[in-house]
Design a protein around this ligand. Structure first.
Ligand code: GTB
Length: 217
């Protein structure tokens, strides 16, 4: 059965792989699964056909046979549960890896997204200068805690898992705000993950979409 995901027709990140289709592409590549990508415009995301797949009118989505999923974390978990390479088979290690998936999405991602959204869209507001240090502090605390836990290990809990995959996609968004520079262990962790062949393939594919959208004609 063909797997089809959705991604931005023209990504606002200009091919930097920060949109959430990147984590799904990467998981599919780690699992060795072929997939098709349906590109959607911002307008099409809010229309009936896409809303039937995604109630909030966003990307990414995942379709395979009769199954349609939204929410990038649920999609990555679905891929990881059905295919090798992303979750350990030992039950306790598997549970811990899923815990890291939730930590990435529930504990790290919210303050990082708050900071990057404020930096992008709230810069002209009169309260921005007072709010920025508060947002940065929230991110800094989480990055310090994560860095302490990672220590000198390559990955969060033994071998690379879907927990690392999601965590790295979240940290890349923090890196885009400059906040990873103070955390060399996390910067090295992200670089290690980005060197994985599966990551490189996923990144190249999403970049090719952006480059095609920029091509004249
Ligand atoms: N919780 C959902 C999930 O994890 O799947 C969130 C999905 C989501 O936020 N999707 C975004 C979207 O469709 C794209 S990824 N937005 C359009 C809309 O809501 O109308 C978020 C994103 C967008 C752009 C950048 N960037 O340019 O750097 C980074 C991340």
């Amino acid at each position: 059965m063909t797997i089809t995901i959705t991604a931005f027709e023209r990504s606002p990140d200009r091919g930097r792989g920060l949109a959430r289709d990147m984590r799904v592409r990467w998981a599919l590549e780690e699992a060795g699964l072929a997939y098709a990508v349906r590109l959607v415009s911002f307008a099409a995301m809010k229309e009936g056909a896409h809303l039937a797949l995604h109630p909030f009118g966003q990307i990414p989505t995942f379709e395979e046979g009769g199954l349609a999923l939204f929410e990038s974390g649920a999609i990555v978990l679905h891929i990881a549960e059905r295919h090798g390479g992303l979750l350990p088979s030992a039950p306790d290690a598997r549970a811990r890896a899923i815990g890291w998936m939730f930590a990435a999405l529930n504990t790290l991602e919210p303050p990082i997204v708050d900071l990057s959204m404020a930096a992008l869209f709230e810069r002209d507001q009169p309260w921005f200068a007072a709010r920025l240090p508060v947002l940065e502090d929230r991110v800094r605390v989480r990055l310090e805690q994560l860095s302490d836990r990672l220590g000198d290990a390559d990955w969060l809990d033994g071998a690379f898992t879907a927990g690392d995959l999601l965590m790295v996609t979240v940290l890349r968004r923090a890196a885009a705000t400059g906040m990873l520079e103070a955390h060399p262990r996390l910067a090295a962790y992200v670089a290690r993950a980005e060197a994985r062949p599966a990551y490189q393939r996923a990144f190249a594919d999403q970049l090719a979409v952006f480059n095609a959208s920029e091509a004249p004609g």
